[in-house]
Design a protein around this ligand. Structure first.
Ligand code: BGC
Length: 292
């Protein structure tokens, strides 16, 4: 790529995924989170008054696999768990005095598992599919509108027990959008902790996000069909507004995807297309920084 624009040469990561939603947001059924100030987030900072409410959803309890043979959730009694997770994509995990794995990003203001079935990491997979719209010249992503909250999102989902993550990526993509693509050939964008409103001190989301960029022609031949957890599916133009409105940490994942395209130009995009993306990344990141 031949350009004098320094943003197109910068190889530093554009976005760090930080733990804010897991302290400031929650599903409606959760009790209020115990307030955790920024300097008290790390477990190694003393916080003697810390008394987070304990919450585990009745849905998770009904799926306790030590009581329900078809249940998808770990036993509520951690002693019955055959293997306590000792590490995850986030690294080596610490445990509290009761032997429960501790959130690698620190305190969240809620203990227990909330709506998450597994003690420790709960694994998801996010297939990121992009194209450039020939008419508008805008970068677009294949997005679903979630039934649970109406937000636009990457068509991701949970990794099933024993499932290879590349299989989950293709399966979820097909179930949510009707599109069949070889996600094992996707470019790895991110693998690690996700700042998700469901996270607690003892259970949290981690994801693997892989990216495929499609030619306009191929994408036009695809027949989009919303399924499962989606109320709609579309090619969503990536603008400041649409990116900032994405579900959970999906804005950060899309920032990483676009940054990778801008810095390495793996899809031989034109300088004009790269500059448009770099401008978009700047405005989105400025807005995110001014909100946090
Ligand atoms: C969603 C994924 C998301 C993950 C973490 C899952 O329920 O399907 O798209 O990345 O949660 O927020």
């Amino acid at each position: 790529m031949d350009s004098t624009d320094p943003r197109l040469r910068d190889s530093s990561p554009r976005s760090q995924i930080v733990h804010n939603k897991a302290r400031r947001e929650k599903p409606s059924e959760y009790p209020d989170r115990y307030p955790v100030p920024d300097d008290k987030v790390p477990w190694n900072c003393e916080f003697p008054g810390y008394r987070p409410p304990y919450y585990v959803s009745p849905i998770v309890l009904a799926n306790d696999c030590s009581k329900n043979p078809n249940g998808w959730a770990d036993p509520e009694d951690i002693v019955l768990l055959p293997l306590i997770p000792k590490e995850s994509f986030a690294g080596v995990l610490s445990q509290d005095k009761a032997g429960r794995p501790l959130n690698p990003q620190g305190r969240t203001g809620v203990s227990g598992r909330g709506l998450l079935g597994k003690w420790g990491p709960n694994f998801a997979a996010d297939p990121i599919i992009t194209r450039i719209n020939k008419e508008s010249g805008l970068m677009e992503m294949l997005a679903i509108q979630r039934k649970d909250n109406g937000q636009w999102a990457i068509p991701g989902g949970m990794v099933d027990k024993g499932e290879e993550v590349s299989r989950t990526l293709s399966r979820e993509l097909q179930e949510e959008t009707g599109v069949v693509l070889p996600m094992d050939q996707g470019r790895m964008v991110y693998q690690g902790y996700v700042d998700d409103p469901r996270n607690t001190d003892h259970a949290w989301m981690e994801t693997t996000a892989k990216h495929l960029h499609l030619s306009g022609e191929l994408s036009e031949r695809m027949n989009l069909q919303a399924g499962d957890d989606a109320q709609a599916v579309r090619w969503l133009p990536l603008t400041q507004e649409s990116m900032l409105g994405l579900y959970a940490s999906h804005c950060a994942l899309i920032i990483k995807t676009l940054s990778g395209m801008v810095h390495n130009n793996p899809f031989a995009l034109s300088v004009k297309e790269l500059e448009t993306m770099a401008n978009l990344l700047d405005t989105v990141e400025n807005e995110r920084n001014s909100c946090s």
